[in-house]
Design a protein around this ligand. Structure first.
Ligand SMILES: [Zn+2]
Length: 119
């Protein structure tokens, strides 16, 4: 299975300073995000989002806020006919030393475990 891994914030949708995220309710897509994702789908790629969210672990936003924002983003993409196969995120603090926080490879390994047919 051909698969493209994408970061989320600053890649698919706008990113913000940590302390502003609690006020962000509506995703704003980055220029050409739709076009790039649609092109990859046409080329036969599955799309997986991998994203660091220490904002949750460090208390900048709640899990509920993350879920609400993220649901809206996926709806926006779905409205543009872009199916996202899955999303893997790291909710840990930057000081937790987990292996899923990028640039660690834990999120990719989680994806490979769940979808062993990824090339
Ligand atoms: Zn983590």
């Amino acid at each position: 299975m051909k698969t493209a891994f994408f970061d989320r914030d600053g890649t698919i949708a706008e990113d913000y300073p940590d302390e502003e995220w609690a006020k962000v309710n509506t995703p704003v897509l980055m220029p050409y995000a739709i076009e790039v994702l649609q092109y990859l789908r046409v080329m036969g790629y599955q799309i997986i989002i991998i994203t660091n969210h220490y904002l949750i672990g460090e208390g900048f936003i709640t899990q509920t806020q993350y879920d609400a924002y993220h649901g809206k983003l996926l709806s926006l993409l779905k409205g543009a006919d872009i199916a996202i196969l899955d999303v893997f995120y790291c909710p840990h603090k930057r000081t937790d030393g987990c292996d899923c926080q990028k640039p660690g490879t834990g999120l990719i390994r989680q994806a490979l475990q769940k979808y062993p047919d990824i090339d």
